[in-house]
Design a protein. Structure first.
Ligand SMILES: [Zn+2]
Length: 115
């Protein structure tokens, strides 16, 4: 893809294709560093431009980290000596009451993918 070369909006120089762009987004007061993005870079002033694919990728990642408008608050209870969080009925129903979950940590967030 060479149509990626555009004129730099900052200084007017033609940019060169780049495959090592690092983008830092701040979401919910947290810095997310996204590396190996593609696009083009100005050889004169260093300004970087993401291509459509990378812009989409950034948007997708940022969306994942942003808190949704509807957040269910749950108290962590203890059951059989373990700390347990109940799945809100609305979420359980929306996901089709699946029976298994994979749970992992993302920073200080607990992420559960049900299947
Ligand atoms: Zn420039």
């Amino acid at each position: 893809m060479s149509e990626i070369e555009i004129r730099c909006a900052a200084c007017g120089t033609w940019t060169k294709e780049a495959k090592d762009i690092t983008f830092i987004a701040t979401v919910e007061a947290r810095e997310i560093v996204i590396t190996r993005l593609t696009g083009s870079r100005c050889q004169t002033c260093g300004e970087e431009y993401l291509d459509a694919e990378s812009s989409e990728k950034v948007e997708e990642i940022v969306k994942k980290f942003r808190k949704p408008a509807v957040v269910f608050k749950r108290k962590i209870t203890i059951s059989g000596g373990r700390r347990v969080i109940g799945i809100p009925e609305e979420i359980d129903r929306a996901l089709g009451k699946k029976e298994n979950a994979e749970i992992w940590l993302e920073g200080d967030k607990i992420v559960a993918e049900v299947y």
